[in-house]
Design a protein around this ligand. Structure first.
Ligand SMILES: [Zn+2]
Length: 428
């Protein structure tokens, strides 16, 4: 609720102290010593600066803790100004912006830096940094956080949006923060690498499911990667369909402009604007939001590539095949799966501790005598057949307690492995 800003004062998240009804009086002591009464309409808007200069009008006001190292202070200020003018030029003006950086040195300097940011509807961005080990990329990572948060000054989410649509805000803040950095400081970001990472994460997490049908928990888990992918599809597709006369940022500008000062826009407003400029692009996004099946990843990459994007889908990697073999077995045994990982050619599953078969990190070595490490395709095919027939399979498992056999009846359908998605450049 209160964040100390060393040497300046505090930042109060005012909505937390507002009673739902009844009388309310909030007095804030100004740096001059006088008291200022804060109206409910102001307090409900988010952060308030207490004890230091209330940010004035006229563009950007940047205040850092007095302990914020000078080089970092200067770097963040100049980057923030450049980012704001980049977004302003493309999204239209926003009101005055207040950026407060609350910095403190970590007590244990060998720990990595920690940082997070929040934006409230009154145009206030609070960046909290606990400075730990300094490494070469640290300024860049702060700048990425800054760019993401500053984009939220424009795309502030409505609090009544369902979790299944959280991708709209988080994904756009991520994707357009990369775009801004790539245009302002091209040497400092591997844009294709970022998009590829998001695309692979989204495909692995979403697989054949529709975004709109995910549980709230799953929707929140995929909102960053799948949201960035959708905004990238919008950007690349619209550029292709309009011969670069329009872009993803132009779609956002239009969405924000049409919805007035309260910015009450919804996912369907965004989609309507995409559809108007790029009907094919909108159809590809719909495939992720409402469509099903792994085939759509091939279609999305094929059509985007025809529109000029540098993307392709290749045959599944061995890890994707091993994952597709194990997933239905763990789901059958445990009801849910927490994760899959690999160590060289060995693959392990993580499941809830209540699941006897996979209670701790468990490697799956063989399925019905087939080595999963050396012959993933044959193992996957066995699983796919057994799952169709609801048959049991003999697994050779290995965990901290050694190796053991386990028989599991497969009771859920096996998904196909997802394709190997590549963006921008060839990899070995
Ligand atoms: Zn965010």
């Amino acid at each position: 609720m209160l964040t100390a800003v060393d040497g300046r004062g505090f930042v109060l998240f005012a909505p937390y102290i507002l009673p739902e009804s009844g009388r309310f009086r909030l007095l804030v002591r100004e740096p001059s010593g006088s008291l200022r009464e804060v109206e409910r309409s102001e307090a409900v808007q988010g952060y308030l600066a207490i004890g230091f200069d209330p940010p004035q009008g006229g563009g950007v006001r940047f205040v850092g803790s007095t302990s914020l190292p000078k080089t970092l202070d200067e770097a963040l200020q100049s980057r923030a100004r450049a980012l704001l003018s980049f977004f302003r030029a493309r999204l239209g003006t926003s009101r005055d912006v207040r950026i407060v950086v609350a910095y403190r040195q970590a007590s244990d300097r060998s720990r990595p830096s920690q940082y997070r940011g929040d934006v409230t509807p009154n145009g206030f961005a609070l960046i909290r940094i606990t400075g730990g080990e300094a490494d070469g990329d640290i300024v860049l990572r702060y700048v990425q956080l800054l760019a993401h948060e500053l984009f939220h000054l424009w795309n502030a989410p409505r609090d009544d949006l369902p979790d299944q649509e959280a991708w709209l805000h988080e994904g756009s803040a991520d994707y357009f923060s990369w775009i801004a950095i790539a245009q302002l400081w091209p040497q400092q970001i591997d844009l294709a690498g970022r998009v590829e990472h998001a695309l692979r994460d989204c495909a692995t997490l979403l697989r054949g499911r529709a975004l709109s049908e995910l549980s709230a928990g799953d929707a929140m888990q995929v909102r960053y990667p799948c949201g960035a992918v959708i905004n990238w599809i919008a950007d690349a597709g619209i550029r292709g369909e309009t011969s670069a006369r329009s872009s993803g940022l132009a779609i956002w500008a239009q969405t924000l402009r049409a919805t007035g000062p309260h910015r009450r826009y919804s996912t369907s407003d965004f989609m309507d604007n995409v559809r108007q400029k790029g009907p094919k692009t909108a159809a590809l996004i719909q495939l992720l939001v409402n469509g099903h099946g792994l085939e759509r990843w091939y279609r999305i990459t094929r059509e985007l590539s025809a529109m000029g994007a540098d993307v392709r889908a290749g045959p599944p990697t061995p890890f994707a095949i091993r994952s597709a073999a194990i997933r239905p077995l763990v789901l059958s045994a445990c009801g849910e799966i927490w994760g899959l990982g690999e160590d060289h050619d060995a693959i392990f599953a993580l499941a809830p501790p209540t699941c006897a078969g996979f209670a701790s990190q468990t490697f799956v070595r063989r399925i019905d005598g087939v080595e999963l490490g050396s012959d993933p395709q044959a193992a996957y095919e066995r699983v796919a057949v057994a799952c169709t027939r609801r048959e049991s399979l003999d697994l050779l498992l290995e965990d901290d307690g050694g190796s053991r056999h386990e028989r599991i009846v497969c009771s859920v359908a096996a998904d196909q492995p997802e394709p190997d998605l590549r963006v921008g450049r060839s990899k070995p």
